[in-house]
Design a protein around this ligand. Structure first.
Ligand code: IVH
Length: 685
């Protein structure tokens, strides 16, 4: 028997853990570190192990997942779960409002009867119903056919943002909460990365991921999936609660620890709904979850009641649908493109199709492994997805060409480079096929120049793709340094080039000569040396000659530089032609300020050995400047968040990096805090 003292500790531990759980998963505002949480959690497990009779279904320890089920119970919804009428145009929304007004028999003038609406992102997930009795979660079900769903309580209990016990004032005796369980985009991507690494089947989209995860008979599997929930309405509730508006329902939900989408807006009239719809569409790709539209609901619950329901849809709500991010189309053929580093990438040529708001006729296929994994043949009908990542992707074969009249064609890697005819090489340990001809290959040369001129590199305004192509075709440039010998007349003589734009290019070339070592290193296009790595190399070594002399070991002292990257750098600088070109570029006047290399400074800088990440938009100074200021204080500035990150500076509209930092429990500061820090070290100007 447990003593009174242990019982008290147990009750207290559960309360404390529940509170921290809510702060972390629902409010995004943790108060304790992961380690402190883990310690409390271990203590709970310890007590429950010693006194198994004290374990309850709602104990935070149950989040890991109960025993495997044999089947899902079928659960009848007390009130049917309806679906929504759909529309895709502003005019249809106005019609809907008119119909609603007519139904209400409202005789006032249109202009005088402004209805309040809530606008909510329509999350692409799985609709669920949760039942809380006296504040404790006792049942969870999928929507099913609207009347009966599947009981998924054991799986739902593993989702940490769903409270097992509600906390707060005036919780009704009985409450049914409805909402959408979904897989955040980032979680979906990391799940697929892991699945690909271990040769498992990939999820098609976050919605499928959520649905599949909830349909697991083993709750321990569900517990491993990145799922969360937004609560969007109350189903049945006992009459000890009398909310008067939908907006109020959401506010109160939030006060009880239920996760509510803070993108939800309360607006007046249909015009304001349209403004909301347009604005949200602009930000669709930046959201942490996938949406397929906006749900508009009449806010006043009395009005909702008066409006009532049709057979399957309510009159008081409507879904405005955005363009679908998936469509099927025919794979006509596959071409092979040569990238900057010689990588041969298969590109799908598709029957044009409207997806994610644009017409798509090409999609990347990454490499031959991807083609093999998809079992892809020319002529297949494929499912295409164009989501936040913008680059359209083939996710699966819907109908193989073999099944239809079209004859299917096997996709083979060409033997020779399509640009220069050199034999293609496939390294044993690489999934990637390459043309080994380097700058002798016209395709690689074009890409190298394009990269050199690009904005984050030498930022040569006006030197776009077309001109680069012409310069190479006319053999006006061969090495990068040739760019700086170009005369305006030579450029002006090219197709469709005016004298003015030729002069502008020469001017831009001239201006680009004054650069930074980081930009220059990045511009060289050394394999796998991105912007962040280039910046770290620049800070560490101070000048390019030191980098040329560095051996792999000293290169690996630099943040982000592993064995492969170090070898790429050594290989690049030991190439005599590449070095000659660098010398020629400097002789042509390309220069950068020499910085005292971090590796040789004796004094310990304030942010020495720290790794910082900048994300989102900063108001006070450009990101490049903030980066330089942090580097001056000794910090390495990395492009992505990892366990090694010391601190993340989150500007406005911070997205996935901020989420990742929060997930990893890494310190996050906002822009004012950054300015204060820089100011205290005299780096704010
Ligand atoms: S309200 C009668 N609100 O969209 C009210 N639904 O076709 C019905 N959904 O099955 C639901 N986000 O899965 C509502 N903020 C939101 C929603 C939402 C996503 C889904 C839900 C439902 C479907 C309606």
């Amino acid at each position: 028997m447990a003593s009174k003292k242990v019982l008290k500790e147990l009750v207290n531990l559960r309360e404390v853990l529940q509170r921290h759980n809510r702060l972390y998963h629902v409010m995004d505002n943790p108060e304790v570190s992961d380690a402190e949480y883990d310690e409390l959690f271990s203590r709970l497990l310890e007590i429950e192990k010693r006194y198994p009779e004290l374990v309850t279904a709602s104990s935070p320890s149950r989040r890991v997942g109960a025993e495997r089920l044999k089947a899902f119970k079928s659960i009848q919804h007390r009130i049917p779960m309806l679906s929504l009428e759909k529309c895709t145009q502003a005019g249809e929304l106005l019609d809907w409002q008119t119909r609603a007004s007519n139904h209400l028999g409202d005789s006032r003038k249109q202009s005088e009867r402004v209805i309040h609406y809530t606008c909510e992102p329509k999350i692409d997930g799985v609709a669920v119903s949760l039942v809380y009795l006296k504040g404790t979660l006792v049942s969870a079900a999928t929507r099913g056919d609207g009347r009966t769903g599947e009981g998924i309580l054991e799986n739902v209990r593993t989702i940490k943002s769903i409270p097992l016990v509600l906390e707060g004032d005036n919780i009704p005796k009985e409450l049914e909460v409805r909402g959408e369980i979904y897989m955040p985009v980032q979680g979906f991507h990391s799940f697929n990365e892991r699945a690909a690494d271990s040769g498992q089947k990939l999820l098609i989209n976050p919605r499928n991921g959520a649905a599949g995860s909830l349909r697991q008979l083993d709750p321990k599997v569900t517990a491993q999936r990145p799922l969360t929930m937004y609560c969007y309405s109350a189903g049945y509730y006992s009459d000890d609660w009398q909310p008067s508006s939908h907006w109020q329902v959401l506010q109160v939900f939030s006060s009880w620890g239920l996760r509510v989408n803070n993108e939800t807006s309360l607006v007046e009239g249909v015009d304001a709904c349209i403004t909301y719809i347009d604005a949200l569409l602009q930000r669709r790709d930046a959201l942490a979850y996938e949406i397929d539209g906006v749900v508009i609901k009449v806010d006043d619950l009395d009005l909702q009641n008066k409006l009532g329901e049709l057979t399957r849809t309510p009159r008081w709500a409507i879904a405005y649908k955005y363009p679908s991010q998936e469509a099927t189309t025919i794979l006509k053929s596959v071409d092979f493109q040569v990238g900057r580093t010689g990588a041969i990438t298969p590109v799908a040529r598709l029957e044009p199709v409207f997806v994610g708001g644009v017409t798509v006729s090409n999609a990347t296929l990454h490499n031959m492994d991807e083609i093999k994994r998809l079992g892809l043949k020319e002529g297949d009908r494929v499912l295409l997805r164009r989501a936040g990542d913008v680059i359209p992707k083939i996710v699966k074969v819907v109908k193989p060409a073999d099944d239809s009249e079209i004859s299917s064609v096997e996709i083979r890697l060409p033997e020779f480079c399509p640009a220069c005819g050199t034999a293609i090489v496939v390294a044993r340990d690489e999934a990637i096929a390459r043309c080994p001809a380097g700058l002798y290959c016209s395709a690689q040369r074009k890409e190298a120049f394009r990269h050199f001129a690009s904005r984050p590199a030498m930022d040569i305004d006006g030197l776009g793709d077309k001109i680069v192509e012409l310069l190479i075709e006319h053999e006006l440039v061969e090495k990068l340094s040739d760019l700086y010998a170009l005369r305006a007349e030579q450029i002006a003589a090219l197709d469709r080039m005016g004298e003015k734009s030729a002069n502008n290019i020469v001017k831009a070339l001239q201006e680009s000569k004054s650069t930074t070592l980081a930009r220059f290193l990045y511009a060289l296009g050394i394999r796998e040396v991105g912007e962040a790595t280039a910046a770290n190399l620049a800070v560490h070594f101070g000048d390019i000659d030191a980098i040329k002399l560095a051996d792999p070991d000293s290169l690996m002292q630099v943040e982000d530089v592993g064995e492969v990257v170090a070898q790429n750098i050594v290989r690049y600088f030991s190439n005599a032609q590449a070095w000659e070109d660098i010398v020629a570029l400097r002789a042509a006047g390309v220069h950068w300020p020499i910085v005292e290399p971090a590796s040789r400074q004796d004094t310990v800088l304030p942010l020495q050995d720290q790794t910082w990440v900048l994300t989102g938009t900063l108001q006070e100074m450009p990101r490049t400047q903030a980066k330089a200021a942090l580097q001056k204080l000794g910090a390495k500035v990395a492009g992505s968040v990892s366990a090694k990150t010391t601190c993340v500076v989150a500007g406005e509209k911070s997205g996935s990096k901020l989420a990742k930092a929060q997930e990893l429990g890494i310190r996050v500061i906002d822009e004012p805090a950054l300015m204060e820090l820089l100011g205290s070290h005299g780096e704010s100007e």
